[in-house]
Every structure is written in structure tokens, then in C-alpha cells.
Design a protein around this ligand. Sequence first.
Ligand SMILES: [Zn+2]
Length: 399
Amino acid sequence: MLIFEYKLDGSKAQYAAMDEAIRIVQFIRNKCLRVWMDERGISKNDLQRYCAVLAKDYPFATQLNSQARQASADRAWCAISRFYDNCKSHKPGKKGYPKFQHNNRSIEYKQTGWKLEPDGKHITLTDGCDIGCLRLVGNPKQKIAAFPPKQIKRVRIVHRADGYYVQFGVKAERTIVHQPTGKQVGIDVGLKVYYTDSDGNTVDNPRQYRKAEQKLKRLQRQLSRKQKKSANRKKARQHLARAHLKVQRQREDFARKTASTLVSSHDVIAYEDLKIRTMVRNHHLAKSIHDAAWGTFISWVKAYGLMHNVPIIAVAPHFTSQECSACGALVKKSLSVRTHICPSCGVVLDRDHNAALNILAKALACTLGHRETSGSPGNASGQTASTRLSPRKTSKRAG
Ligand SMILES: [Zn+2]
């Protein structure tokens, strides 16, 4: 699924109509949740059927396209099933009991309720919400109208701090012809630098958040000084929201570009599968970790890996910074020690460079078995594969 995004240009009345439609989505979601809370044991199908009941009981709900109504019910189900899954898997801590939503910002249409105009620059929402025809503002090279309408599986309208946007979910795959470079790399994401690779190269941390931090602080202060429910408070809130949106976009943009450069210049990439959630709980590091936005970066690396058909290998994060990459000896060090000095073999490396070398070595050790099977089918790992298959065959025959 590819996502194409445009900003929407319309009149004030149209924006108000979109707000109203967004409220209907939230209303349906919350109603579905209420039903689930009152009558336990309700299934996804029951919620879908309940949509029709809601439409009968509340005339304003019928204004929204029927598939969009169902998508709203699906959202409620999404929250419910996540809660069930967490309970079943005995997830430690809170299980995420579904909550009523009060700040919904989006509508999801499927394949009906909207129409792309023939000029490819306008979208008309054809349901009863009276949103009408909106102009698409975006990169002129990005042509959503070039895709057959059947391939557009989802249309999502999102309200952000600086306006309304539409996202088209297109069922298509993007592939890029990868120029082989013969280079394999392990990367270690860090606080001081964005990442360090196993060749010792580093990419500097942009630290947009730190730069913007002063500004955000000032805006936050201004907001808290304003009287509650006043027009000035509303304005201050919008200023702050826009500043946050800007930082978020800069971060996303940097992560994406860096990931693209990394993937297109290597044939194998290994990274450390950090549990970001648990690390963020460490308060001293929290801000920098969010700032570096590793999660975003890694997900872009994976996405570009798919496009380029480059393997992206996750490695368990045990001892990658403690082990010596040259001789394998354990060299204990705290986070503040930035250099790896091995007492047994005398290697001196930057801490992150050593970790990146370990990550690459681990990843290559994991994939080695697969490579051998593809190279010569008669070896040991090939045999284990066939023995793994044989019990299944016999059990089938026995059954
Ligand atoms: Zn050593």
C-alpha cells in the first residue's frame, strides 16, 4: 500500500462540514464502544449491524457514507480486540481498556463516498455531509489520478494543526532497481550521533527538537498564561500545535532521507532490535531518544529495504556494546564510557563503532546457514530442513 497525501483547499463552510463528519465518526465509534461495554460478548459483526441501527435512530449519522460508518465501527473493534489480545497474552502492566474518544481527527472512506475529478486536481465527497469539491494541493509530480480508481482502496481525511489533508491509500508496490555495491553494514543508533556504522562512519544527530525546544517552551508558557476558554488561549494553542507539527515533520523528513541513502548504498543492513518503549522509561535519556526518533528511522530503513530488495536484519541487543569485536572478550563499561579498549587483544575503537561491528557479525552469523543451503543443497543445513519436513509427512499419512 502506497500513501499519497495532499493538503485540501476549500471554503470555511467546507471545513466546518468536515469537522461535522469527523464528529459523526467519533460518535459512531463511541456508541459502538458503549454497546460493547453494556452487553459483553459482542462480535465484530454485531458492531457492523449496529451501524445500521444507529443510522436509523440518529438521522445525522446517515449523512456519513455507509462504508465510512462501518470503518468507524471497525475502529471501535480495533480498540476492543487490542484489549482482548493484551489480556490473552498476559501483557505486563495496563491492558489498555478501550476509552471513549474525544479528539478524533480523521474520517476513513473506502471505495465509495468520494470521486476524483477528471482534471486530477479536485476531489468531491459525494455523501450527505455536504463537504463538496475540494482542491488538492501538493507536489505536482505526484499524480494520484494516474492510478485507476479501483486501485485506490482507502481515502482518509485528516485534520492537522495547520489544515485539512487527504491521504490516498493505493494498492501498488514501489520497487527500485538496486545497484549492487557489495557492501554489508551494521548500524548502531546512538544519542551522540544519529547512527554509527561498522565502517566507523557516523551521521550527525540533527537535534531539531533541542533547537526548537526553546521556542516550544516559550509557546507553552504563553499558552498556560492565557485565560481558560478565551480566544487568545485558542490562538496560543494553535501556535504551539503548529510548532510541534513542524518538529515532527523535520524529524520524519530526516529519518526518511537518511534511511534512503543508507539502503541505496549497501547490500545488507543489520541493526540492533532495541526495545524502544522500555528505554524511553529512563527519564534522563527519554528526550534525546525521542529526538533521535529511532523508531521512525528503523521503520523507514525497513520500508526502503523492501523497495530495494535489500535484506534488513534485526539482531538481539545482548552485549553488542560490551563484547570486543576483534576477539570476543567481554569488556564491561557503563554508558558514559565512550571508547572500547580491549585488555586481551589491545583493540581501541569508538564504543559505537565496536557495537556496530558486533551487530554486523551477529547478523551475518544468523544468515550464514541460509546462504549455504542456497549455494550447495547437499550440506548439513539442507538435511535438517528435509528432516524437519518428514515428520509432518508421516503424521499426514498416519492420520
Ligand atoms: Zn579484544
